[in-house]
Design a binder for this molecule. Structure first.
Ligand code: IMP
Length: 184
């Protein structure tokens, strides 16, 4: 099946049933790894909202959960010109076992920033659970990535929380961009 979002056409890549099955397995893994612990799951908005909701239904250990947002704004005092900050962190993470829930890790730069900030809160442990990982796009090694739903090629994807130009987050399945012949 294909969908058109603004100027781009996307084709179905991962169906919701596949995502659900994989999420169930991630939940089983988390239940084993966090047995006798009370982890804090932190979803990174906006993209993780559907994955977080489905994942949490598969986690049966007692757990706290929260959402944060990484905001970017143009600053004048950094080399890249982009300054990031975290909004919404409302749980004291000191001594806690933290699981960051991401929709996708692409270059890993956002996650790298997030990890640097979270480590300052002195958690007992930090692990990352991401639905999608683009290994070929990763610009730095991130050893905390312990739970991966699917490794995918270096292609733009949309749906199940992920957007293109703000649209497509409410698609049930995940779609990948089909480049026009002139764009390949
Ligand atoms: P990073 O490159 O790992 O820092 O990715 C940062 C953010 O870019 C992710 O959390 C997503 O919100 C967004 N992103 C990266 N790749 C895609 C994609 O293929 N589709 C939609 N959003 C993406």
């Amino acid at each position: 099946m294909k969908v058109q979002i603004e100027d781009k056409e996307f084709t179905c890549f991962l169906e919701y049933e596949q995502i659900k099955k994989r999420t169930r397995l991630l939940g089983i893994q988390l239940n084993v790894d966090y047995e006798n612990k009370v982890p804090v799951f932190i979803g990174v908005l906006t993209g993780s909202f559907l994955f977080m909701a489905d994942l949490m239904k598969e986690v049966h250990v007692p757990a706290e959960m929260s959402f944060i947002k990484v905001s970017s704004y143009m600053g004048q005092d950094t080399s890249s010109g982009v300054v990031k900050s975290i909004i919404g962190l409302d749980i004291d993470l000191k001594g806690r076992d933290v699981v960051i829930v991401e929709d996708i890790v692409d270059t890993g730069l956002t996650l790298g920033f997030l990890l640097d900030v979270l480590r300052k809160h002195e958690p007992a442990s930090v692990a990352i659970c991401t639905l999608l990982l683009k290994p070929l796009a990763l610009q730095r090694e991130i050893e905390e990535i312990s739970y991966v739903g699917f490794e995918i090629p270096n292609e733009f994807v949309v749906g199940y929380g992920l957007d293109y130009k703000g649209l497509g987050r409410n698609l049930r399945d995940i779609y990948r961009f089909i480049p026009a012949p002139s764009e390949t």
